[in-house]
Every structure is written in structure tokens, then in C-alpha cells.
Design a protein around this ligand. Structure first.
Ligand SMILES: Nc1ncnc2c1ncn2[C@@H]1O[C@H](COP(=O)(O)OP(=O)(O)O)[C@@H](O)[C@H]1O
Ligand SMILES: N[C@@H](CCC(=O)OP(=O)(O)O)C(=O)O
Length: 376
């Protein structure tokens, strides 16, 4: 898929707005700029784009409220500033989104949350539900408990992890530069902008220097790495300047702005590669003939009703093999329940499960998004 095709067709976007942009030279939040980005995001939502926002700015907003002019070094002072500022940040977003009749939902995450499979699935479930409800999720690091992350001030990695989590089509990283240059343009004004690169190309890291302003920390290096990470879920990344007028709407129309990081693999191929790369399955699900057929032929999710028995002490989020009645592997996938919960649900219809275990239960044992047919 070309850059233009990707930009104009992308349905699920993760937009990351960095500290360098959000703050007026470290003087609190730039409310007017936030208003302009939100107006564009409201328009994107109106066009049917599923939108998830990753926003920095808590520390900067907190510093302002507390009357601090210098970013503190001590961890607890940073965390205190973030705690004060996070409230101001979401309040500002909520006010602006409300003008377009949209609500926001705050999600605070650490990298650790996304490494732990159970929490990963919970975060994904909440994000999906928010998006289905028409709410715009606004994600930031959970600075109260994060230590390394807040010191380093890196929401680029978080945005990439979120892109993997929701399998975004596009990750837009808005910053204070036009995109990735051959060298840091602050140090080398002659450096040229790179319009298109391949995500994960190791040569890019050498070009990306440290952070630019007093308040930001990550710099281009974390953005280049984030693009590589996002590509693992087939997500394309675009780094562009948040100062460009109507930048998000222009990108949606395929404008040649910023630096485009093409993911080498399409989403499904990236997922298949990841699943195929997992050597060990933690359990086995034995399907009846009907379930084996709908998985093979219709690419559907696996429901508990089609499973006759299981093997293995697997946990929620583990990789399991799905076998047909002859014992042949039909597919592999990430299971939504641990083995005991799965055992209780085997052979039961979704209605019965809802009655017995509550309507909030996920109806699928393995969702089709997390299922890859074997032998393909
Ligand atoms: N090769 C490069 N191309 C563009 N910017 C670069 C490069 N290397 C370093 N930078 C610096 O990275 C800064 C953006 O990163 P950062 O300050 O962390 O922003 P944010 O808060 O948006 O994450 C730019 O202001 C720029 O000075
Ligand atoms: N989570 C913190 C810091 C995150 C941060 O600054 O990251 P980045 O925008 O990538 O430089 C905050 O909201 O202030």
C-alpha cells in the first residue's frame, strides 16, 4: 500500500501530541493550539475515523499550576507535578471535545501494564469499548507509579504500544519539527527532511538526536524507535509538525507532510509472523466439526460452544492451539480466559454464558483478531 493509500484509507488512528508542542515554551498548556487539534479530531471522528489520543503535558501543566518554572529533577516532584497537571490536561481536552459533542475517557498506563498479558487484554477491552461508545480515549503515562518513563519523559513508546494494542492503521506523532531530518535541525540547519523511510531501518537511529526543549525528554530517537515498534502490528507512522495548519485534516487527505514510516508488513502478515514466531503453545482447545469449519472457511472467532475439551494450564492471553476432531491443528490464537474459566464455559452458548457469568464477559474464547489459521 502506498503512503497516500494508507493515509486516506486509515480507519483507526492513534494521535500522539508531545510535550514540546503542548506547552508554550514550558509555560503551561497551549490552550489555543489544543483547541485547534481537537477541532480537527472532532472532524476526523465525524468522518468515521476511530481515534485514540496519547497526550503528554501533565508535568508541564502541573508545573504551571504549582508556579514552577524549571522542570524538577526529583522523581517525587515530577510525579506531584504530573498528578496536578493531569487533571488540568484532561479538563482542557474534555472542554474542547464537548464543543463537538464528544466525551473523553482518561486512561493512565505504564509500559509494564502493556507487557503483562492480562492487563494488556483488559486495557484493550476498555479502549475498544470506549471507541465503540463514541468516546475519545486520552492516554498518558501513569506518572504516579511510572519511574523510568517519567524521568525519561517518553510517550512515543507508549503511543507505539497503544498502536500495537489496538492494531492502529496509522500512528501520527505530532511534534515541534516538520518530521525526521537527516540530523537534528537545531544543531544542523542544513539538514534535509526525510519524506519517506522504512520503519525499523537501523540507519535512522543514528540521525535522531536527543530532545529539543527544556520540558521534553525523548527526542527523535524515541520516535524513530516507536515507528519501528508500531510496524510490528502493521501500523504506519507519520511524524509531522503540530504547528502546520490543519495538519491532521491535511494528512487525512494524503498531503505530503512530515516523515512517513512505511511498515514493511501488512497488519495480518505482521500478526501472523508474530504468532508464527511463538514456538510454544500453552494449551490446546479441541473443537467440534462445526467450529473447525467456521474457523477454516469463514475466519470467525472461536466461541466456547464449539469446544469439546481442553488441555493445559493456560492463562488469559496465552497462545493456544485449536485442533479439529481428528487432532489436526486448525489455528493458533490468544485465548481470552484462563483454563479454569474456559473449562466452565465449554460447550455453552453465549446466552447461557451471559446468564451464568454476567453480560460483561467476552463472548469469544479466541477473538478472530487474535487467531491465525495454521498451514497458511
Ligand atoms: N534528526 C532529527 N530530526 C528532527 N528533530 C530532531 C532530530 N534529532 C533530534 N531532534 C530533536 O527532537 C525534538 C523533538 O523531540 P521532543 O523534544 O522529545 O518532542 P516531543 O515532546 O514532541 O516528544 C526536536 O525539537 C529536535 O530538536
Ligand atoms: N507523561 C509525562 C511526560 C511525557 C512526555 O513528555 O513525553 P514526550 O511528549 O514524548 O516528550 C507528561 O504528561 O508530562
Amino acid at each position: 500500500m502506498t503512503r497516500t493509500e494508507r493515509l486516506t484509507r486509515a480507519r483507526r488512528w492513534v494521535v500522539k501530541i508531545g510535550s514540546a508542542l503542548l506547552t508554550n515554551n514550558g509555560q503551561g498548556l497551549d490552550e489555543a493550539a489544543i483547541g485547534r487539534w481537537v477541532a480537527q479530531m472532532i472532524e476526523l471522528r465525524r468522518q468515521g475515523i476511530e481515534l485514540i489520543l496519547v497526550s503528554s503535558g501533565a508535568v508541564a501543566a502541573g508545573m504551571r499550576r504549582l508556579g514552577w518554572t524549571q522542570r524538577p529533577d526529583s522523581l517525587s516532584a515530577l510525579q506531584a507535578a504530573a498528578s496536578v497537571g493531569q487533571a488540568a490536561l484532561v479538563q482542557t481536552y474534555e472542554e474542547h471535545f464537548q464543543r463537538g459533542g464528544l466525551h473523553t475517557g482518561q486512561i493512565l498506563l505504564t509500559h509494564e501494564d502493556l507487557r503483562k498479558r492480562g492487563r494488556y487484554l483488559n486495557a484493550r477491552g476498555t479502549l475498544r469499548t470506549l471507541v465503540e461508545l463514541g468516546v475519545v480515549p486520552i492516554i498518558n503515562e501513569n506518572d504516579t507509579v511510572a519511574t523510568e518513563e517519567i524521568r525519561f519523559g517518553d510517550n512515543d513508546t507508549l503511543a507505539a504500544l497503544v498502536s500495537n494494542l489496538v492494531e492502529a492503521d496509522l500512528l501520527v506523532i505530532l511534534t515541534d519539527q516538520q518530521g525526521l531530518y537527516e540530523a537534528d535541525p537545531r544543531r544542523n540547519p542544513e539538514a534535509r527532511l526525510l519524506p519517506e523511510v522504512v520503519a525499523g531501518d537501523p540507519a535512522l537511529e543514528a540521525m535522531a538526536g536527543g530532545a529539543g526543549s527544556g520540558i521534553s525528554r525523548g527526542g527523535m530517537l524515541t520516535k524513530v524507535r516507536a515507528a519501528g515498534r508500531a510496524a510490528r502490528s502493521g501500523t504506519a507512522t507519520l511524524i509531522a509538525s503540530g504547528h502546520h495548519p490543519d495538519v491532521l485534516l491535511a494528512l487525512r487527505e494524503g498531503a505530503m507532510l512530515g516523515t512517513y514510516f512505511s511498515p514493511r508488513l501488512a497488519r495480518l502478515a505482521a500478526r501472523k509472523q508474530w504468532l508464527a514466531g511463538q514456538l510454544q503453545v500453552q494449551g490446546k482447545l479441541f473443537l467440534d466439526a462445526g467450529a473447525a469449519r467456521v474457523l477454516r472457511e469463514e475466519g470467525r472467532s472461536l466461541l466456547p460452544v464449539g469446544v469439546t475439551r481442553l488441555e493445559g494450564n493456560f492463562q488469559r492471553g496465552d497462545l493456544v492451539a485449536c485442533l479439529d476432531p481428528e487432532g489436526r491443528e486448525v489455528a493458533r490464537g490468544l485465548v481470552n480466559y484462563d483454563w479454569q474459566e474456559a473449562q466452565q464455559r465449554l460447550g455453552r452458548s453465549s446466552t447461557e454464558i451471559a446468564q451464568r457469568f454476567g453480560a460483561l464477559d467476552e463472548p469469544e474464547l479466541v477473538h478472530r483478531d487474535n487467531l491465525v489459521l495454521s498451514g497458511h
